[in-house]
Design a protein around this ligand. Structure first.
Ligand SMILES: [Zn+2]
Length: 252
């Protein structure tokens, strides 16, 4: 390689592509017969341009040899698994039942507002039927992986309709899946959108501080879930869903 080093313009080219004779010929002699020098310069320039273009367009990450630290996350909104954000599991003492059998529970503030909303709907002939509320990470584990296996689904496909364990809003105790008690066939189906219960919720849920988590074309890329509502009526719930997540509020 020492010989090649004498000619700086040649030195930066992929050496293998340049015939030995040309590499060793002095530039002055070469220019007399054929403008090899210019040709090589043009080649080097093209390579440099391509290289610069590549550096500018590739993702901004340090090579592993330079930085072995875990890569800093550019924005907390990017901290997700298949579009789902991480959530803490509510403590049992924070939960209150929303069904007579005590099986379904929400955080106290959300439970209170859900029951008030259900009562107001009932007064207008609408039955808001809770289907699922607080879930432990272990329950979500079952829901995600057991059904994924049962349905022979790939993780990416499963995540379009279910959050991976640790990444469900149901862990927080603020999220509730709601059905129309008079139309159970539409439970957990996009068809729920066409029920009187959904229409009532669209009109009235905000009054009780419930909002759709996954409206059509939501920023998380999760499938539209007209049945899945979350409580955002106090500081803790607001922080849970909006603090430092840089996600725009649902557009309704
Ligand atoms: Zn849900």
């Amino acid at each position: 390689m020492g010989k090649i080093g004498r000619n700086p313009s040649v030195n930066r080219s992929p050496v293998g592509e340049i015939p030995e004779a040309i590499r060793e010929r002095p530039q002055l002699a070469a220019s007399r017969s054929f403008p090899w020098g210019w040709l090589i310069l043009a080649g080097v320039f093209s390579l440099l341009t391509l290289g610069a273009g590549f550096l500018l367009t590739r993702p901004n990450r340090a090579p592993d040899s330079v930085n072995r630290e875990p890569e800093p996350v550019a924005s907390p909104a990017l901290e997700n698994v298949l579009g789902h954000l991480p959530y803490e599991e509510a403590a049992p003492s924070q939960l209150k039942p929303i069904t007579a059998d005590g099986y379904l529970k929400l955080r106290a503030a959300a439970a209170e507002q859900f029951l008030a909303m259900q009562k107001a709907a009932r007064a207008q002939g609408i039955v808001l039927a809770p289907i699922s509320a607080f879930r432990t990470v272990e329950q979500q584990n079952q829901l995600f992986f057991a059904i994924k296996q049962q349905r022979n689904q790939e993780a990416r496909k499963r995540a379009e309709v279910s959050a991976p364990p640790g990444y469900s809003e149901h862990h927080t105790g603020y999220a509730v899946d709601i059905g129309d008690g008079a139309r159970p066939a539409t439970n957990l189906s996009p068809q729920f959108e066409n029920t009187p219960a959904f229409r009532w919720l669209k009109e009235n849920a905000a009054k009780y501080s419930f909002e759709l988590s996954f409206p059509p074309d939501n920023s998380q890329g999760v499938s539209y879930e007209p049945w899945h509502w979350r409580f955002v009526g106090d500081r803790d719930s607001l922080e849970t869903f909006y603090k430092a997540k840089s996600l725009p509020p649902a557009q309704n």
